[in-house]
Ligand binder design. Structure first.
Ligand code: URA
Length: 270
């Protein structure tokens, strides 16, 4: 009996890719998140003796040219401070090149809803659907968010503005790094200042950490806090479970409902 010829390298690679796709792995991401800002801080590698090496690819050269997190955040702060309207800020975020996540994203996802609304919802970061469409909270979690808001008489078409602490989709929907949230934060602060809402609803643990430096949504949810912006505005903020978490753990909707009612009570005051 003759045994089949071993697959060529190409066939083996294709078979592996097909297997990944069957397993639901349909995107290429690094196993660990990279701090692209660190390229600037790292000393260049010592020259390797031997034949001359190829020049850096344009992509790597661009990474080396990137500003540090502090520099990018400072630039974001200068730009955000110069924005006098929601439209200015939206255009400024779309033009900003200081966040490396932008490189891998299809769209900038800034905000959706009513500028100047008295309720501002701030979530984590765009996912696949949001990246494709260019609006926050449009996937399954977004649909649940819309239903949660509707339960307290709120909607993005009438009286609510929805945004995130990050404006570009992190690869593979990983949690944004502290460096990424630090760079976007001046824009988030300016959005809060320009909106001047009666209350901010903080949707989930990542924005809780980014906006207030607090970890642990399980304990923090339902407890009113205050966000202080770079420009000195102080706005009441209520952390609440992220709708994606509620999709996975629907038993917690009971607690989310209590939080939504507390939010409505605050919004209905005077
Ligand atoms: N989850 C978020 O936190 N934000 C979105 O825009 C979508 C999903």
């Amino acid at each position: 009996m003759t045994s089949a010829a071993p697959p060529t390298e190409e066939e083996a690679a294709l078979a592996l890719l097909r297997w990944y796709a069957d397993m639901g792995v349909d995107e290429a991401t690094a196993p660990a998140s990279s701090d692209f800002y660190a390229f600037k801080k790292t000393a260049p590698p010592a020259p390797v003796p031997g034949p001359p090496r190829a020049a850096a690819t344009p992509a790597f050269a661009a990474e080396q040219d990137r500003p540090s997190t502090d520099e990018a955040a400072a630039e974001a702060g200068r730009i955000a401070a110069g924005c006098a309207t929601f439209e200015d800020l939206e255009a400024a975020v779309a033009a900003f090149e200081g966040c490396p996540l932008k490189t891998g994203a299809k769209n900038t996802v800034f905000a959706d809803g009513v500028p100047g609304a008295d309720l501002l919802v701030i979530g984590e970061a765009p996912g696949r659907d949001e990246d494709r469409i260019g609006k926050p909270f449009v996937g399954r979690a977004g649909q649940l968010l819309d239903r949660m808001l509707a339960a307290i008489g709120r909607s993005r078409t009438e009286n609510t503005l929805i945004s995130n602490v990050i404006y570009w989709r992190p690869p593979g929907n990983r949690t944004p790094t502290q460096a990424e949230t630090a760079v976007c934060r001046p824009f988030v602060d300016r959005l809060i200042e320009l909106t001047a809402p009666k209350a901010v609803m903080i949707a989930g643990g990542a924005p809780l950490q980014a906006l207030l430096g607090v970890t642990g949504i399980m304990r923090a949810r339902g407890v009113w806090r205050e966000i202080e912006t770079a420009g000195g505005a102080r706005v009441p903020a209520l952390p609440i479970f992220h709708p994606a978490f509620l999709l996975r753990q629907p038993a917690n909707k009971r607690l989310a409902w209590a939080d939504l009612q507390a939010l409505q009570g605050r919004l209905d005051q005077d």
